[in-house]
Design a protein around this ligand. Structure first.
Ligand code: FES
Length: 145
């Protein structure tokens, strides 16, 4: 069907716009870069867009004492990567592993619906980094016994 040129179409731009907080995290990301000798690493790829995130953690006494990320992706992926490092730093591993993609999206005052999948990278990478740490620690304690 042909739509006449004068037909008005109502677009809700809030479905497409990033929050000020997300833009700030994207422009000034915290804890970005590679970590030397991390205790755990999580690597996640987003099959729909090809973006990739690495998340590195240092753990002391079951607590995340340092955390860094490298994200090769969109503004939402970088912004949510940055915010999750701030959310997780200082938490115990159990507390950090409970952070969901919705928590991450809420922390940046929401994401446009079409960008919600980007917050999955950060939440999944953190869980994988914790798993990786626990696996390595398990192996180390197996070797001691
Ligand atoms: S478009 Fe790929 S993670 Fe956002």
């Amino acid at each position: 069907m042909k739509v006449p040129w004068h037909t008005s179409i109502s677009i809700d731009w809030s479905d497409w716009m990033y929050s000020d907080k997300l833009i700030e995290e994207f422009r000034n990301p915290k804890n970005m870069g590679k970590m030397e000798n991390p205790d755990g690493v999580g690597k996640v790829g987003n099959p729909t867009c090809g973006d990739v995130m690495y998340l590195y953690i240092k753990v002391n006494d079951d607590r995340i004492v340092d955390i860094k990320f490298e994200t090769f992706g969109c503004a939402a992926a970088i912004g949510t990567s940055s915010i999750i490092t701030e959310m997780a730093k200082g938490l115990t591993l159990d507390e950090a592993s409970k952070i969901t993609k919705q928590d991450v999206a809420d922390e940046v005052d929401g994401l446009p619906p079409i960008k919600m999948h980007c917050s999955v990278l950060a939440a999944d990478a953190l869980k994988l980094a914790i798993e990786d740490y626990r696996k390595k620690k398990g192996k180390k304690s197996d070797m001691k016994s």
